[in-house]
Structure formats: structure tokens, C-alpha cells
Design a protein around this ligand. Structure first.
Ligand code: NAD
Length: 266
């Protein structure tokens, strides 16, 4: 906040998917502190509502929206609710995501499709709804995709995740080109390992699949290639999101930014 009390996102309306917990919640909170109105969209509807209350007990600047981002009707209904409540959408953070650990020869088609539905169908459906609102309103906007170091590099046992995260960069580039004349920017944040439930869950799974200890998964798989052996934090990722969301011109669009303690330097 500056001395005027105005935040960098004063009175902007932001939809953050997967924001009932983890990285999405931290981004939503950072936006809230910068003056934005926040829609917390999550599969966990009750938790989304509780998170909104936690930010703003008065309910004026934060709302929870139950939404499966892979479901067309659910996304369109949810985004319509946000528009009905806040009147506009300026920022979308397509963040909802899941992980599944398995080698390709053992990977079930249903798991592949589930990952694609959340990451790619979810990004497309929320983008389409947000763009329709932004184009209609005529004041531009910012779309941010939650990529990963796995948008740039691969790890074994994560085929659908790596595929989907690479795909988001393609989508962001198309949105950047199509959105430019409407002053809509699109960028991707690519975090390294962040200590959230998504990562905690994959530690025992990776240990089992690779036949190593859980301690070794953290030290040798997750953090070995960082410059300092540290996890990226949700606050680090939220700071990058505020930067993209508040950037004022089309100079910064179609880009991807790695925030990973040097895990990836591509
Ligand atoms: P998380 O599991 O803590 O939170 C994910 C949230 O998404 C949860 O609240 C969950 O309910 C919600 N969600 C899941 N499926 C959904 C659906 N179909 N519709 C709506 N909401 C849904 O995970 P996180 O670590 O905070 O991950 C957030 C994003 O960041 C993901 O896209 C993930 O791939 C990405 N990411 C995470 C890391 C990391 O190390 N944690 C690193 C790079 C990228």
C-alpha cells in the first residue's frame, strides 16, 4: 500500500481458481491486500466461502464460488455469479491444479484425462468466460496461468502434468495475440517446488515409485537443482502474480516467468 492508501489493484475484480488453499489462496490474499475484490473459485465450495469470510467478514470485497473448472456449465455459472456480484472481471488467475504420479506404461487413461480436464479444459473455460467479460467491458485485463518449472522441463512419472503445463504456455501466447487489441495481457508463472498439500501428497508417492526415502525425495528430487536448497514459497509466487496483474501495458504479455530458486534457468 502506498501513502495514499491505494493498492496496486485498487477496485479491480480478480477471479482466482483453486484459491481455497495453497498457492491460489496466497495470491487471492495478496490481491485483496492490494485493494482488489476477490472471487475465490474452488471445487471445495464450502472452503472457498470460508476463505472469502476470512479475508473480508463483511463480504463486500471477497466471495466464494463453488466451481469445477473442468465443467463448462459450472464455470459459466460461476463466472456469471462473479459478474452479478462485482460487475466486472479485470484479472483471472487460472491456478486450480492436481498432480498424479505414475510411469506412462502404468498410467490409466482416466487419470490422464482428469489431469487434462483440470489444467487445460479449466484454463480454456475460465479464459473464455473472462475474455467475454473483459472484451464487453472494454477496459482490458490480465490473465495469469499457473504453470510450473514443468512448463519448461520434464521429470519422470509426471507425463500428464508436464504435458498440460507446457500446453498452458501455448494458450497464454494465443490469448496474448488475440487479447492485445482489447488490452488483455496473458502470462504464465512457473514456480519450482512450493510447500503445499499438492507437493506434500506426492512425497510418499514419489518415494514409493522411485524406491527411495521420503527425505531423499525432498533433498535429491525436489531441491537438489535449486541454487540454495530452498522451497519456493506461496508468498514468492503471489508477488509474481501481483507484478503481472498490475502491469499496465501490453509490453509484458505472452511471457512466462520462472520462480524456482534457480531449479530451472531456461
Ligand atoms: P493445492 O492442492 O494446495 O491447491 C489446489 C486447489 O485447487 C485446491 O484448493 C483444490 O480444491 C483446487 N482444485 C482442484 N481441482 C479443482 C477443480 N477441478 N476445480 C476447481 N478447483 C480445483 O495445490 P497448489 O500447490 O497450491 O497448486 C496450485 C497450482 O500451482 C496448480 O496449478 C499447481 O500445478 C501449481 N504449481 C504448484 C507447485 C507446487 O510445488 N506446489 C509448483 C508449480 C506449480
Amino acid at each position: 500500500m502506498g501513502s495514499t492508501g491505494m493498492g496496486a489493484l485498487q477496485d479491480k475484480v480478480a477471479v482466482v481458481t483453486g484459491a481455497a488453499g495453497g498457492i491460489g489462496k496466497e495470491i487471492a490474499h495478496a490481491f485483496f491486500l492490494e485493494g482488489a475484490k476477490i472471487a475465490i473459485a474452488d471445487l471445495k465450495a464450502e472452503q472457498a466461502g470460508a476463505t472469502a469470510k476470512e479475508f473480508d467478514p463483511s463480504g463486500k470485497r471477497a466471495m466464494g464460488v463453488g466451481m469445477d473448472v473442468g465443467d463448462e456449465q459450472a464455470v459459466d455459472n460461476g463466472m456469471a455469479k462473479v459478474l452479478a456480484t462485482f460487475g466486472r472481471i479485470d484479472i483471472l488467475v487460472s491456478n486450480a491444479g492436481i498432480q498424479h504420479i505414475a510411469p506412462i506404461d502404468e498410467l490409466e487413461f482416466s487419470q490422464w484425462k482428469k489431469l487434462m480436464a483440470v489444467h487445460l479444459d479449466g484454463a480454456f473455460l475460465t479464459t473464455r468466460a473472462a475474455l467475454r467479460a473483459m472484451y464487453k467491458h472494454g477496459e482490458g485485463g490480465s490473465i495469469i496461468y499457473m504453470g510450473s518449472v514443468h512448463s519448461k522441463e520434464a521429470s519422470p512419472l509426471k507425463a500428464p502434468y508436464v504435458t498440460a503445463k507446457h500446453g498452458l504456455i501455448g494458450l497464454a501466447k494465443v490469448v496474448a495475440k488475440e487479447g492485445a487489441k482489447h488490452k488483455v495481457r496473458a502470462n504464465v508463472i512457473c514456480p519450482g517446488y512450493v510447500w503445499t498439500p499438492l507437493v506434500q501428497k506426492q512425497i510418499p508417492e514419489t518415494a514409493k515409485a522411485r524406491g527411495i526415502s521420503e527425505e531423499s525425495v525432498i533433498k535429491d528430487v525436489m531441491l537438489r537443482d535449486t541454487v540454495d536448497g530452498e522451497f519456493t514459497t506461496t508468498a514468492d509466487v503471489a508477488a509474481a502474480a501481483v507484478f503481472f496483474a498490475s502491469f499496465k501495458s501490453n509490453a509484458l504479455t505472452g511471457q512466462s516467468l520462472i520462480v524456482s530458486h534457480g531449479w530451472s534457468m531456461e
